[in-house]
Design a protein around this ligand. Structure first.
Ligand code: PAF
Length: 285
């Protein structure tokens, strides 16, 4: 696996692969990789001949009070994991390479409606930063397909919308969340949890699972279920940011008759904000 740092080297390497008739898959990341990321690369490697991953901690998607500086940079370990998972080329640009004229005058991509509410409410500008950097990366790599984790459910919806709305010929694949044995969704942020918080953290998934089970059993009083779930999270030691039941495609509040729903949560444990979701298609057997 080669690592390149400039757009010029990236384009040359991708052009070489294309000239050999290879289909290109892409997995954008911010590094500090875990088995969830490896699953994205493995999925891409099953579908295409040449897998490109990127590692770029994108300042544009971090708010002023967020963890940009303390976000772990673990390039050597990440390179090893990408290689093992079947990646062929890593693009690891600097901030200057991605934003040569700075970020203030950078053209932005914004996806209205889907970016509002949920994580968009507590992280203003976050999805504009994500949509902008992903659009830039898509234009640099020009992949046939790209793989994203379903753990970032709202992000995946935003990216599907931008690809559709901007007519990008890229297939977007959502890969199921990888969980620890106790149910906790794998996330780079889990590394910030101390031992006691790590013991508490799986309660987030337990609450979502109980809510999903109630919905499967026919309960439809969503406001009451949400209130109960929030109380359970608070009792477990979380400060809930949001707990919502939404239509899985539009992300609008779910109506009782909706069949494709997602339960989404963000909750803070100590200083660490965790997110998780459970997608339920009630028509699936
Ligand atoms: O999910 C992430 O790691 C980031 O938001 C992404 C998609 C790589 C854009 O910076």
């Amino acid at each position: 696996m080669n690592t390149v740092k400039t757009v010029r080297e990236l384009r040359a390497a991708v052009a070489r692969a294309r000239s050999e008739g290879k289909r290109i898959g892409f997995v954008p990341t911010m590094g500090n990789l875990h088995s969830g990321h490896a699953a994205l690369v493995t999925k891409a490697a099953q579908r295409v001949d040449f897998v490109v991953a990127s590692i770029f901690v994108n300042p544009l998607q971090f708010g002023p009070s967020e963890d940009l500086d303390k976000y772990p940079r673990t390039l050597a370990a990440d390179q090893e994991k990408l290689l093992q998972a079947g990646c062929h080329l890593l693009f690891a640009p600097t901030v200057e390479e991605m934003y040569p004229d700075g970020m203030d005058g950078q053209t932005r991509v914004s996806v209205p409606q889907l970016s509002e509410g949920l994580c968009g409410a507590s992280r203003p500008g976050h999805f504009e930063g994500v949509a902008t950097v992903v659009s830039k990366l898509f234009n640099m790599v020009q992949p046939d397909l790209a793989v994203f984790g379903q753990k970032d459910f709202q992000q995946l919806a935003v990216i599907r919308a931008l690809v559709r709305d901007l007519n990008m010929p890229i297939q977007i694949i959502g890969e199921p969340t990888v969980r620890a044995d106790d149910g906790l969704a794998l996330s780079s942020r889990n590394g910030y949890l101390n031992e006691a918080q790590r013991d508490t953290a799986p309660a987030l998934y337990r609450v979502l699972s109980e809510m999903a089970e109630s919905i499967r059993q026919g309960q439809r009083d969503y406001p009451a279920m949400i209130a109960r779930g929030q109380a359970q999270l608070a009792t477990a030691g979380f400060r809930p940011d949001y707990l919502e039941i939404r239509h899985a495609l539009t992300l609008r509040p779910a109506a009782a008759e909706d069949r494709d729903v997602v339960i989404l949560a963000a909750a803070v444990l100590g200083a660490t904000r965790l997110i998780d979701n459970l997608h339920l298609n009630l028509d699936d057997k």
